[in-house]
Write a protein of this length. Structure first.
Length: 264
């Protein structure tokens, strides 16, 4: 006996598409941040947090409407920490990403989440073996506090650490991997290893926030807090206002630097 099926009917369909993903990490240690961060996205985006802590983009209408061969489109998200341990920032993720399994370990692959460093707030905790570098940023002309300034610690052409200033113009830039102090051959003498570096401050006049010192003293925050994309700031640093200072870093020793940036 034979059975012939002339037609079929689809009763239900379940589809889950993944367009890309990002993983938020501590900028100092590189450790994944497992507590809930707040992700804000355009209404045309559908995102979901996975069990492993990834923020997964499942749907974005502009990408679906783009013609074939249009190339990757940049989606901008904002990430903030309700606990206040980390500063808010913008993230740009390019979609669609490479779907070839052979390229899974490469940047730009769908299977390679975008790593998003989150920078400590100025009140963040410092470990004893870190170089505790803090900075105050102000406008050279008005002395207003500058928020949303990118800071880089550079030594021998290598970026050792990065940070962002808050609305008060304060930034915390911990430097890890510092050599610790050792005892010398002389009795009771301690050898302190100091690393020479440059602290660079980069500000975009279009996105930086300016707060009067009187409001900083009174703790009156501006209506809009700093929200910048550190990657975009760093990419454009050659054409943006800057300030710098030569510093010496020692493990376990706090260091505070004040920088004034001449803004147009």
């Amino acid at each position: 006996m034979s059975l012939m099926v002339t037609h079929s009917r689809e009763l239900d369909r379940s589809e889950r598409r993944v367009l890309g993903a990002l993983r938020c990490v501590d900028a100092t240690t590189g450790a994944p941040l497992l507590h809930d961060l707040q992700i804000e996205a355009p209404p045309s985006v559908r995102i979901q947090r996975s069990r492993s802590g990834l923020v997964v983009v499942h749907e974005w209408l502009p990408l679906a409407a783009a013609p074939d061969g249009a190339g990757p489109l940049a989606l901008t998200l904002s990430v903030s920490d309700p606990k206040g341990q980390y500063l808010s920032r913008l993230v740009r993720i390019h979609l669609a990403r490479d779907t070839h399994l052979a390229h899974a370990a490469l940047a730009g692959s769908l299977f390679h989440p975008l790593v998003v460093p989150m920078y400590l707030a100025s009140s963040g905790r410092i470990r004893p073996q870190w170089a505790a570098l803090s900075a105050s940023l102000r406008d050279a002309g008005s002395s207003e506090a500058l928020g949303g300034v990118l800071l880089r610690v550079v030594s021998d052409g290598q970026v050792l650490a990065r940070g962002i200033s808050d609305w008060r113009g304060e930034a915390l830039v911990p430097v890890v991997g510092m050599p610790t102090s050792t005892w010398s051959a002389e009795a009771g003498a301690v050898v302190v290893t100091e690393i020479s570096a440059t602290l660079e401050a980069i500000a975009d006049p279009a996105s930086v926030t300016r707060t009067a010192q009187s409001d900083v003293v009174s703790d009156r925050a501006p209506p809009a807090l700093p929200l910048v994309d550190p990657v975009a700031l760093e990419a454009a640093r050659d054409r943006l206002p800057q300030a710098s200072a030569q510093i010496g870093l020692v493990a376990g020793r706090p260091l505070h630097v004040s920088l004034a940036i001449a803004l147009p």
